[in-house]
Design a protein around this ligand. Structure first.
Ligand code: UTP
Length: 289
């Protein structure tokens, strides 16, 4: 099974981050010094992905610009002897990476956004989906790599799962497992944003998916689901027997929420050798407040 393409939906409105997201896409917000969307592209690239398909809106020009060459800035940094900085803006996504942009005119939901890429995926092709606002820190294999390995061993499409606290569960797609062994769950059903009382488990689907092209046959554009949006959860439900859930190794930050975004900056900042000591003493200082 070859997985060479990733879909990156970036056409949402990012309303929880207004006013920052009035003119800056949420996916361009930096964690330390790198925009969220770059973490997503680098994660996919490390897993062997070669084509990056952005589902975008024509107002979000800065995302495209971020992945284009900036030879003027590059030469200037080299001229000024800043070779290390120059390297940071060179060929994001690896040599030969292909960037494709597909317009979603209106944010009608994640299922609709993914459906916009239908013509980019070949018959029976497997592809990955990353929601850039779910940023995941991992030690060895990243989540995309872990899920590709799971799809290969199980020959099924894969959902990334995380155990979620009771008071947060109604924000997620929640699975009802037939069985859970170790990190792997066989699925009986999945329900989008259930009330806590109706949640079938505490295992929620988060922003990583490994699909086969057949998923496009299950997206129902005529009948929107929860909150009037075309939900990818509904498409998954209609083919649920062909999916497994996988509890990944890693620390996830929901950077679509303010608290999650700030926590990501702290954790990624602490992991940066240059920032670690200064941040740590600042946190120690604050502990006493
Ligand atoms: P979210 O629902 O978290 O993003 O979608 P949002 O709608 O932009 O944010 P809020 O809730 O208003 O603050 C997760 C990802 O899916 C994309 C978003 O851009 C984000 O990266 N998305 C969502 C689309 O591309 N199209 C859609 O119709 C919906």
């Amino acid at each position: 099974m070859l997985v060479k393409k990733v879909i990156l939906p970036v056409a949402g409105l990012g309303t929880r981050f207004l006013p920052a997201t009035k003119s800056t896409p949420k996916e361009m917000l930096p964690v330390v010094n790198k925009p969220l969307i770059q973490y997503a592209v680098e994660e996919a690239s490390k897993a062997g992905i070669e084509e990056f398909i952005f589902i975008t809106h024509h107002t979000k020009t800065s995302i495209k610009e971020h992945f284009e060459e900036n030879s003027g800035l590059y030469s200037k940094l080299i001229e000024d002897g800043k070779k290390d900085l120059a390297e940071t803006i060179k060929s994001i996504g690896g040599e030969g990476a292909k960037f494709t942009y597909v317009e979603q005119a209106e944010p009608k939901g994640l299922g609709h956004a993914i459906g916009c890429a239908k013509d980019c995926i070949d018959e029976n092709e497997w592809f990955f989906v990353i929601l850039p606002d779910d940023l995941i820190m991992t030690k060895e294999l990243n989540v995309t790599e872990q899920m590709i390995a799971t799809a290969k061993s199980e020959s099924k499409q894969v959902l990334a799962l995380q155990r979620i606290d009771d008071d947060e569960i109604s924000k997620y797609g929640v699975i009802s497992p037939i069985s859970t062994e170790g990190k792997l769950s066989k699925l009986n059903s999945i329900v989008e944003k259930p009330d806590y009382a109706d949640a079938p488990s505490n295992l929620a689907s988060i922003g990583r998916y490994l699909f086969n092209q057949t998923i496009f046959d299950h997206i129902d554009y005529e009948n929107p689901g929860k909150n009037g949006e075309i939900q990818i959860t509904d498409a998954i439900l209609s083919d649920v027997k062909n999916f497994v859930g996988y509890e990944f190794d890693g620390m996830r930050f929901d950077c679509g929420s303010k608290a999650g975004y700030i926590k990501a900056n702290i954790e990624f900042g602490l992991a940066d050798d240059e920032l670690h000591d200064e941040l740590k003493s600042f946190i120690e200082e604050k502990k006493n407040l």
